[in-house]
Design a protein around this ligand. Structure first.
Ligand code: AMP
Ligand code: ZN
Ligand code: FE
Ligand code: FE
Length: 287
């Protein structure tokens, strides 16, 4: 049966952009191809694929984007450490160099061995999940959301939140930290690949008080428009970005068609993307 609610794209092609999305190359539920299908339905004209610590979905995204006349902005979301906290850095308009690819591979390998250790911890709690029940692409970032979904599917918990609260959250008994780059390293990786760097979702990471420090470290912009940022915070972040001379970005952080924010939310006008593109052309001298 056709889904009538979805039979007409919202808005019209190209009216909105989404600069923060995930696919099956990290902990998103849709393949790049499926993600672009979703983007078409939501009238998105440009989409950045920003998988955690992985750029290997970009080729498939570009192919799928070209077929639907949706621009793909090459991106990545790097997990970094800042004063003992997790800081996510987004790189947009990335041209991944060899160093970045090697570092991403190292981090993916670390996530793999960390996952084995978390499975071992779960076994000690009489929870049996085998490695082969998790995704096993050669190039992919395995994360705790994969594990949370399996705990749910296998009936060990009733919600994803419960999986984090009882087992794999930062204070849970089966939690093992992953390796992280320093913010300085993360920024170098992005800039050496001629990318434009952003501090992702500061309001969801507890990092709003540290914007000056990130600007001093050389971050080029801040993700202002974000589903978990209330309007008052967006206004504050816009003012902070203007004060510090930072670019503005935004996106849905889409992971799944069945839970969490929809693609293209909150509404982000094309203007946001065009300012970032102009900066890319200026600082990295793209002809
Ligand atoms: P990882 O990078 O493997 O440590 O996984 C971190 C990811 O797990 C985050 O980016 C969130 O998407 C997700 N996550 C962390 N804490 C929670 C939570 N309490 N409930 C749901 N998802 C969470
Ligand atoms: Zn994620
Ligand atoms: Fe993030
Ligand atoms: Fe994200």
């Amino acid at each position: 049966m056709p889904d009538l609610a979805r039979s007409v794209p919202e808005g019209g092609a190209g009216s909105r952009v989404d600069l923060h999305t995930h696919s099956t190359f990290s902990d998103g539920e849709l393949t790049p191809e499926q993600l672009l299908e979703e983007a078409l339905w939501h009238g998105i004209g440009a989409l950045a694929l920003t998988d955690h610590d992985c750029v290997d979905g970009l080729d498939a995204a570009r192919e799928a984007g070209a077929r639907r006349s949706i621009e793909i902005v090459a991106g990545v979301e790097l997990s970094c450490e800042f004063n003992g906290m997790e800081a996510h850095l987004l790189g947009l308009f990335l041209e991944p160099d060899e160093t970045l690819r090697k570092e991403l591979k190292r981090m993916q390998d670390n996530r793999e061995s960390r996952m084995e250790r978390m499975l071992q911890k779960l076994r000690e709690l009489n929870i049996r999940i085998d490695r082969d029940e998790l995704p096993s692409e050669e190039r992919q970032s395995l994360g705790r959301p994969h594990l949370a979904r399996l705990l749910l599917q296998k009936g060990y918990v009733r919600t994803i939140s419960e999986a984090f609260e009882r087992y794999i959250g930062d204070r849970g008994p089966a939690y093992i930290p992953k390796d992280r780059w320093t913010v300085r390293q993360g920024l170098d990786l992005i800039h050496n690949s001629r990318g434009i760097s952003f501090l992702a979702h500061p309001g969801a990471s507890g990092l709003v008080p540290f914007l000056d420090a990130f600007a001093a470290l050389g971050v080029m912009g801040v993700e202002v428009h974000y589903p978990k940022h209330p309007p008052a915070l967006e206004q504050k972040l816009l003012a902070e970005a203007a004060r510090l001379g930072l670019l503005v970005s935004g996106g849905s952080d889409f992971h799944s068609g069945s839970s969490g924010p929809a693609l293209g939310t909150p509404f982000i006008p094309r203007e946001v993307l065009e300012r970032i593109r102009a900066h890319k052309e200026r600082v990295w001298q793209v002809s």
